[in-house]
Ligand binder design. Sequence first.
Ligand SMILES: [Zn+2]
Length: 410
Amino acid sequence: MTSDFLYNRIHLLTGNKLNIDPSDPPISIPQKYYLLLGNKQKKQVFLSEVVNAVHSILSRKEEYGDATLDKWGRFDHDKSFLVQNGLDQSPIIDELILYILNQLDLKTRSIWPEGKKFAVCLTHDVDAIDGLSYLWLRRMNWYWRWVSARLGNNQQEADKWISTLKKWVQFRKLNFDPMDSFDQIQELEDSHGFRSTFFFMSLCHGLSREGRRYSVKNPRVAEVSKKLLEGGWEIGLHADYHDPLSLSSLKKQRQRLEDVIQKEISGCRHHYLRVRFPDSWEIYAQAGFNYSSNMGWGSGFQGFRAGTCLPYQPIREHSLLEVPFQLMDTNPIADIESYMNMFNQYLELTKSVGGCLVLDFHQEHFREEAASGVGKVYKNILDTIARDQDVVVLTMNEVCKTMKQIGKLA
Ligand SMILES: [Zn+2]
């Protein structure tokens, strides 16, 4: 593993290589960084201590080996140092680095295209491509939940499941599928001139131990991916939940999806974000991916998992980039106003450090009938971004290309 995180970041932001002299005088730091630097009282630090702190957080050292996992086999959100210390709601590592650069009188440069201050990258995990296939199975599931709720005397819950069941019976009759919203998302994004990245699963069967998903051979995958690619959208792999650390499985999934879409796939995000660092990075690099976008939280948690909203190279030996993401949809989004407040806050924080805010909104949640509030929030988000003169909207590959180019310019 590399200990070059701080040096690489300074190189990216300033175009200069920084040499640290151990005899350099210590730097005064504001109180908000004390904990990050391992001391509640510390007013001054040596640069070497900053190097270590940045390395520890960006490498995700605390997630290695026998770290505590949640019930999905992922690093437990609540065990994160940044979360436990209330430091996860801002790009604190980026802020610290900018503060240090300022103290060292080093000027930062514009890294984003068109001289924009910061970037936004829109992404969509595709956990489902429709809601009507295997509807009998879904109906059985809802029915079972309805019975369980009735038996548990939970009338509200029971009402919810019976109304879901009735609703979908109606959708079937009308042949209306609210979980297929590729066209609507494309239309909305195109109305602003935005392009995004869709992460598709690549399973052999629609029904498997992964649950009710979709086969990569489903003609709808070929159909929508053709339309997406022709219009300038991108496709990445949404790798399956089981065997997340199997290199051969990952390679097969990539190949299967590439065969269908007839295009090379350069990035991967795991379903359920079921990754383990650093092993997943190693496997991604060996499977030939250029980027991973897994550095965020699932299950309704939001924030800056590695304290950053800038892509970085997590392993010295590989050029693989991690493109962290910060914000995911939930199903439903009940309180639109508070979600938008959070988005606006993340947007401002990302702008203040010149980073890249990455959003993940599921394809199948877009329509109101499928996931209440999600489509409305997504539309509000795009309207907000479209009004901001300082932002450039990039796809995942464009973000990676920008990082590579700026590295060469340095
Ligand atoms: Zn997923």
